[in-house]
Write a protein that binds this ligand. Structure first.
Ligand SMILES: [Zn+2]
Ligand SMILES: [Zn+2]
Ligand SMILES: [Zn+2]
Length: 766
């Protein structure tokens, strides 16, 4: 038999994250190994390939294109069509092409790969100890890109002219650094500088050695990283951390730490296989890990908490510094309280000079601010609670072709979301929109996403809360551009964001538990049960309305919330018996609160589950005043004993078709337990069990009436791991399918995704 040879030419388009990840060299090598000729080229839409050769080889080439792609490539789609033969003589990599109006996905920044780490840790290597080593498999991407296609002139690396050796790597399709846009070495690339708080350079033979000595002396350093400045100090030095807290005005907020190696993490924390995998992943987030009692990390890193936020080094600078110091470092966002993370050298010297003693600067500009991501593993699944470095701007996939919608998100832990085609581009964590700096960061980042993904919004979505800066921005922009604006209820957005990331479109029972969300009746919602789909929702039940004496200001002082709950539910007598609360209130404060409640002055009503946690925490004497959002609730969770306990009694009442969970019996029973000397640990455990039972009971009732058996859990309260475990366990035991968050935060950082989807389906006003 004679084998017939058929020569054909196919045109291929590959979409996804296929640029800046070594995809073209991979194609080059694959084509060469199959004796194919033709070319490969990056465009602003895709990677285009033309290959000519024997049919059998072409088929194998196509099959391998997907399965053998480089580790960081994320292929979304490959299309291939036959075309007339050209007669190519060789295979080549062609220049990138910009196509009008076309866009492609942009890679997040990726932690240092093993090959690069080996180089900069090997004495004699030309990149030994070089803090900006990277290759096509690792390094900065999103934080340095100004426009697409992703080429060096469109990044902040354009100021550095490559030396002949780097250029050779860059031009060689067989090199790991072929077209690695941030490619650099000590001869030609960015460099470090150590300065004091006045900006005066510190002379030293080796900047990283000097920096490490300063850290050892207990100094606080502001270190420029990938997406902004981090504040660092010795994580085993209580005095240094105390000083950092004092200067940052953050007495309690947990600080993240960076530990040199995985082996060392084991000395401080317990790790499941899933947690280990997440910690060492290319995204390299901060992972919340259970803290070992014998760890020598200072207790003041995360006061009163069982979990420690830990990350591994994710840039060469971190690797070298951590090896130099020999001790773990506190690494926390370089900002003052709620301002955005500092980005530029001048800005850092101005804004951080009262916090840091020294500054470790470099001259590679950061184009986009990018905080560290935070994640945890619960019930065997990864849950991202702050989504930024390593994840954004990789999109959430949609099962429909979306309109171009800009959803502006909520106020706290803001993110925005832009949809087009089958993608939802959820922005990186922006921060609390409470000051001008953060608002500016929000606006600039919206502009960047619109430019990168060639989006011109047709609809703008916003939260119903009229005072949110994101709402004001949305309404102003809609008016200026003559676009329809769609207001979306906060908890509906929470539930839909959970549905979307689970790919569920049919109606669910939504349980949205959080601190604050503007309700359609003008009250503050936050303990909500609804039937919801992507178009609309119907409120079916909620926690009983309680007074919030003093309004939003009361949130900082949970003891005031507790006083309000006691007065409303149990009367003045019960209040007088609770020493914990009385001792925290100033003279006259209690009578002021009584007046506010009685007369309804500056005393909004709330069904918030977050506030219920706050009230119980204060009632037990755990936390009466807070330093960071959710502190009272978090400490209540931390103190709970791990025994199996029964819950407290509660009733569900029907009021005009809405089911209300009454809190009187619960609070009464907790007071009884307090009086008989029951421990806070036990009471907290029983309280958590009760909330899980409330959810289950309510879902059973609703399911009995409407026949829905899928429940979506969303809202910041479900970052409470004990509550999440108990609630999911109870619901699943009763046959419910339970949707929880994974890639998208369950807190307000995930809201914009829900807003964008609902706006896509909202026909009114359109
Ligand atoms: Zn690398
Ligand atoms: Zn070089
Ligand atoms: Zn919320």
């Amino acid at each position: 038999m004679v084998k017939t040879e058929t020569v054909e030419l196919i045109r291929i388009s590959v979409r996804g994250i296929v640029q800046g990840v070594g995809f073209r060299p991979f194609v080059y090598q694959l084509a060469s190994s199959h004796n194919l000729t033709g070319w490969v080229c990056n465009t602003s839409e895709d990677v285009k390939i033309e290959v000519e050769g024997e049919r059998e080889e072409l088929e194998q080439f196509l099959a391998h294109l997907k399965v053998k792609a480089p580790p960081l490539a994320q292929i979304e789609n490959i299309s291939a069509t036959l075309a007339p033969l050209v007669g190519y003589k060789q295979f080549e990599i062609r220049r990138s092409q910009a196509l009008e109006g076309k866009y492609q996905l942009v890679s997040p920044d990726i932690a240092t790969c093993d090959a690069c780490r080996h180089e900069f840790l090997t004495p004699g290597d030309r990149r030994y100890r070089y803090p900006f080593t990277n290759c096509t498999n690792c390094g900065p991407r999103f934080t340095i890109i100004e426009d697409i296609p992703y080429d060096r002139p469109k990044t902040t690396m354009r100021h550095f002219q490559m030396c002949p050796q780097c250029q050779k790597e860059y031009d060689d399709p067989l090199d790991r650094r072929f077209h690695a846009q941030p490619n650099a070495c000590p001869q030609c690339g960015p460099s470090l500088e150590l300065v004091d708080k006045l900006g005066t350079p510190i002379q030293s033979l080796d900047v990283l050695t000097s920096a490490s000595q300063l850290l050892e002396q207990g100094k606080i350093l502001a270190i420029k990283g990938l997406g902004g400045f981090l504040l660092a100090c010795d994580a085993t030095n209580e005095a240094a951390i105390g000083l950092l807290r004092q200067r940052k005005r953050r007495p309690y907020k947990p600080l993240a730490i960076m530990v040199a190696t995985l082996e060392e993490v084991y000395r401080h924390c317990y790790l499941s296989p899933e947690e280990e995998k997440l910690l060492a992943s290319p995204q390299c987030p901060i992972v919340l890990l259970r803290w070992k009692a014998d760890s020598f990390i200072s207790a003041v890193v995360a006061p009163n908490l069982k979990y420690l936020g830990v990350m591994l080094p994710y840039t060469p600078l971190h690797h070298v510094l951590l090896r130099e110091t020999g001790f773990p470092l506190v690494m926390t966002s370089g900002n003052l309280s709620e301002e955005p993370i500092c980005r530029d050298n001048d800005e850092a010297l101005r804004r951080l000079r009262d916090i840091a003693d020294y500054f470790l600067l470099h001259n590679r500009d950061i184009y986009s601010r990018y905080d560290d991501s935070v994640a945890m593993v619960e019930l065997g699944k990864v849950q991202i609670t702050r989504r930024a470095r390593g994840y954004a701007p990789y999109p959430i996939h949609l099962p429909f072709a979306a309109k171009q919608v800009l959803a502006c998100g909520a106020e706290l832990k803001n993110s925005f979301c832009i949809t087009r085609d089958e993608y939802a581009f959820l922005s990186q964590h922006i921060g609390d929109l409470e000051n001008l700096e953060t608002l500016e960061h929000f606006e600039n980042t919206i502009d960047l996403y619109q430019k990168l993904f060639r989006i011109k919004p047709e609809i703008i979505a916003y939260d119903l809360h009229p005072d949110y800066l994101s709402t004001k921005y949305a309404l102003k922009t809609a008016e200026e551009q003559g676009l329809p604006a769609v207001g979306i209820q906060h908890h509906h957005a929470h539930i839909v964001s959970c549905m979307v990331e689970n790919g569920v479109q049919q109606p669910v029972i939504g349980v949205a538990f959080d601190g604050t969300g503007y309700g359609t009746d003008g009250h503050i919602w936050g303990g909500e049960f609804m039937v919801a789909d992507w178009r609309s929702f119907e409120r079916k039940g909620h926690l009983e309305y309680m007074p919030l004496p003093g309004g939003a200001a009361a949130i900082q002082k949970p003891y005031r919330i507790a006083i309000g709950y006691l007065l409303r539910l149990c009367g003045e007598e019960a209040l007088r018996q609770n020493i914990n609360l009385i001792s925290q209130a100033d003279d006259g404060e209690i009578s002021l609160i009584e007046r506010q409640i009685k007369q309804g002055i500056n005393c909004p009503l709330t069904s918030s589950c977050g506030r219920l946690f706050d009230a119980i925490s204060a009632l037990l004497g755990i936390r009466g005043k807070i330093d960071y959002e959710g502190q009272a609730a978090v400490e209540l969770e931390m103190i709970a004993c791990e025994d199996e306990v029964a819950g407290y009694p509660f009733t569900i009442e029907d009021e005009q078709g809405i089911k209300i969970i009454s809190l009187k019996e619960l609070v009464g029973a907790i007071l009884f337990d307090l009086r008989r000397g029951q421990s806070a640990a036990k009471i907290s455990a029983k309280f958590h069990a009760t909330i899980a039972q409330m959810v289950t009971k309510m879902c059973q009732r609703l399911s009995g009436e409407i026949g829905i058996t899928t429940v979506a859990l969303s809202g910041g309260v479900f970052q409470n791991r004990l509550l999440l475990r108990k609630t999911v366990g109870h619901l699943e035991a009763r046959g419910f399918t339970v949707l929880t968050h994974r890639q998208v935060p369950s807190g307000d950082g995930g809201i914009s995704l829900g807003q964008a989807i609902i706006a896509n389906f909202a026909d009114k006003n359109l």
